[in-house]
Design a protein around this ligand. Structure first.
Ligand SMILES: *[C@@H]1O[C@H](CO)[C@@H](O)[C@H](O)[C@H]1NC(C)=O
Length: 214
């Protein structure tokens, strides 16, 4: 494994073909259900039940957040059987005009499936192309978003939309671009942000005030 990785790193400098050989590590055990008492340990096998792998209520989203999104999250944090499986699963309802701000996941690719409504989903490739691939998805459609790429997700139905979201990481990580830039604490220098975005500093400070909520 390690030697393959080193070989790939060497080859990647000359050619990107080898990147396709890189893969996620696999667990050594059938499962490692999180032990609620022994932090960082697997639950003893005889204490594991079917419920440790089971999730319910995905069709009963909680309240809408300020983006008009009501998510239900199944992850190692909510369903102990997810631990070490390299997966996270969400279902979400989006209100009319609901959206997720441009964001990326540093540790996961993502599959979005539309169960109801119509969604516009797209991602942008890295420098220097910045090509925006986007699709309008209807019920029964799905799209995969490559690992680490910036993406956009918005409800374009007249009414609500419902989606499932599957990540190939136990901890995909969320980097929301507006918040990362304008809600960072302590604040990123506003003169610098104004220069980078070709904005006047007042607009930057305004954004920093508006996004200062986390
Ligand atoms: C931001 O950078 C500018 C230019 O370097 C500097 O004059 C200013 O004092 C900095 N602002 C803060 C709040 O540190």
């Amino acid at each position: 494994m390690a030697s393959v990785a080193i070989l790939c790193m060497t080859l990647a400098l000359m050619n990107s073909i080898c990147i396709s050989l890189a893969f996620d590590t696999r667990p050594l055990l059938d499962f490692c259900v999180t032990d609620p008492i022994g932090i960082g340990k697997c639950k003893v096998k005889k204490a594991v039940t079917a419920n440790d792998f089971f999730m319910s209520g995905l069709d009963r989203p909680g309240p809408f957040n300020s983006y008009g999104v009501a998510p239900v999250i199944a992850s190692a944090a909510t369903t102990p059987g997810f631990n070490t499986m390299g997966q996270t699963y969400h279902q979400a309802e989006l209100a009319p005009n609901g959206y997720l701000p441009p964001h990326l996941h540093p540790r996961a690719s993502e599959v979005i499936t539309v169960l109801e409504g119509t969604m516009e989903v797209g991602f942008v490739t890295s420098y220097p192309d910045y090509k925006y691939y986007s699709k309008v998805l209807n019920k029964g459609d799905a799209i995969i978003i490559p690992l680490g790429l910036l993406h956009t997700v918005r409800n374009v139905a007249i009414g609500k939309s419902v989606i499932t979201v599957s990540f190939n990481s136990q901890n995909p990580g969320f980097i929301f671009i507006p918040d990362s830039l304008f809600a960072a604490k302590p604040a990123i220098n506003s003169t610098y942000l104004a220069a980078a975005f070709k904005l006047d500093e007042k607009t930057v400070k305004d954004l920093q005030t508006k996004l200062w909520y986390m």
